[in-house]
Design a protein around this ligand. Sequence first.
Ligand SMILES: [Zn+2]
Ligand SMILES: [Zn+2]
Length: 138
Amino acid sequence: MTSPARTLAGQCLCGAVRYTVADEFTYALNCHCADCRRATGSAFKPFAGIERHKLALTQGSDQILIHGEENAGDIHCGKCGSFLYSVVREGMFVHVTLGTLVDDPSIRPSAHIFVGSKAPWFTICDDLPQHQGHVGGD
Ligand SMILES: [Zn+2]
Ligand SMILES: [Zn+2]
């Protein structure tokens, strides 16, 4: 018997946009690429990947701002700008920004990626594997 998946809540800074996502992420990573740094304003972006249909916008779907395209874009709140998730892999997957989750997911980031583009002012202080580019790309 497997119990039904837990559902996690997430939301933007101002609360206009809310989503739920199954606690069934298949991977979680910290991305240090320049795009992720700029999109978040942070040293890196912790995110987790899951099939797109396992995420649902529960509030504010008419308030979102899409940077990029419908099937390859970053989804932000159109009011406060919070970066909620990206649609990736031909629209089949989403990369949820872990910082917008309200609930604690079961998964933890397992590696740092694009460390080759890391901000020079940031030092990685944990023992997770570091990849210069994608996982398995170096
Ligand atoms: Zn907002
Ligand atoms: Zn990145």
